[in-house]
Design a protein around this ligand. Structure first.
Ligand code: MRU
Length: 325
């Protein structure tokens, strides 16, 4: 299933806030539309927010200040590097062409097509880690809904199924936005997978009970030593996997690699307190309580068994300058 559809310059995205209850499509015709869709999490997932920002910038009226639009778009969500990467690509394409509008749109299309092919290749490169009969745990949603199709973490699972392997998937709820409960289960059930939902707090016990053979997650940004920023809770899952000697894989397209930044320069997004004090508009915590709501965490490379990209698979110590190891 694809969360974005494009035809003749029309771009529409699936409103992921409404899933799994309702499928509603929202039009993206400008950078303002893209900014709002990304900020409010109509769309989410590192590769997808990059693609949507790219089209938003490309569809912005030529009379507008593209630099200002690009800066605004990049500010929508600070942790996933795909966002700034995609916006810069479209901006550069526009600046280096006499027909900036056309060049920007073509570049957004290139990014879309590259992410589509990258996701499939991640699946092909990662499928080998999953054996017939395995039960695989994933956290958050790094599936088709977070990309343009297939997913990153879910791509190897999909390709394994295509090749006749029977896998069972455990999805964490992924509080507070519930990407696991609402999105991962939704897209995997649609594709005929055997999916079991667990509370985030059940990860350790589920592993202790011997129910999990492998873990695979996506990423929002990976630094040159393999340090991985991903959905809050990933570090806990990785720590538990290490405790039980369960392989822990991270899957991402190279648009998620940040080989330049130092850890201290990476901003971990903190989201609105209402995500923790309310569930669907109903208050679940007392007024006046202090709130700390980081949307992502940091998993150190020593907890990661392998990093799967479209270029190939990397093992510790991670060196992404090698192509297709
Ligand atoms: O806050 P979200 O839903 O945008 O966070 C998404 C994640 O953390 C995903 O695991 C990550 O973007 C990888 S998506 C292929």
């Amino acid at each position: 299933m694809r969360p974005i559809r494009i035809s003749d310059g029309n771009v529409e995205v699936l409103d992921q806030r409404l899933l799994p209850i309702r499928e509603k499509w929202v039009k993206i015709s400008s950078y303002e539309d893209a900014y709002s869709a990304i900020k409010t999490m109509v769309v989410r997932g590192a590769p997808l927010i990059g693609v949507v920002a790219a089209f938003g910038l490309a569809l912005t009226a030529p009379s507008k200040d593209l630099d200002a639009a690009a800066t605004k778009l990049k500010s929508a969500r600070p942790t996933a590097i795909n966002l700034a990467w995609a916006v810069d690509r479209v901006l550069n394409a526009a600046k280096n062409s006499a027909d900036s509008y056309k060049a920007a749109y073509n570049e957004a299309m290139n990014i879309f097509n590259e992410e589509l092919s990258n996701a499939r290749k991640i699946g092909e490169n990662g499928e080998r880690f999953f054996e017939d009969g395995d039960t695989v745990l994933t956290h958050c949603n790094a599936g088709a809904l977070a990309t343009v199709d297939y997913g990153t973490a879910l791509a190897p699972i999909r390709i394994a199924k295509e090749r006749g392997k029977k896998l069972r998937v455990y999805a964490t709820e992924t509080r507070p936005v519930m990407q696991g409960a609402r999105l991962t289960t939704y897209e995997l059930l649609k594709d005929g997978f055997d999916v079991t939902l667990i509370a985030d707090t059940a990860v350790g016990y589920t592993m202790l009970m011997g129910r999990i053979d492998k873990v695979i997650v996506g990423a929002d940004r990976v630094l040159r030593d393999g340090t991985t920023m991903n959905k809050i809770g990933t570090f806990q899952v990785a720590t538990m996997a290490k405790r039980f000697n369960i392989p822990f894989y991270v899957a991402l397209p190279s648009s998620t690699l940040d080989l330049v930044s130092e850890l201290k320069d990476v901003k971990i997004e903190e989201r609105d307190s209402s995500e923790l004090t309310q569930i669907r508009g109903r208050r679940t915590a007392p007024k006046g309580v202090g709130i700390y709501n980081p949307a992502f965490d940091i998993t150190p490379p020593d907890l990661i068994t392998a990093i799967i990209t479209e270029r190939g698979v990397y093992y510790p110590p991670f060196d992404f300058t090698k192509v297709g190891p």
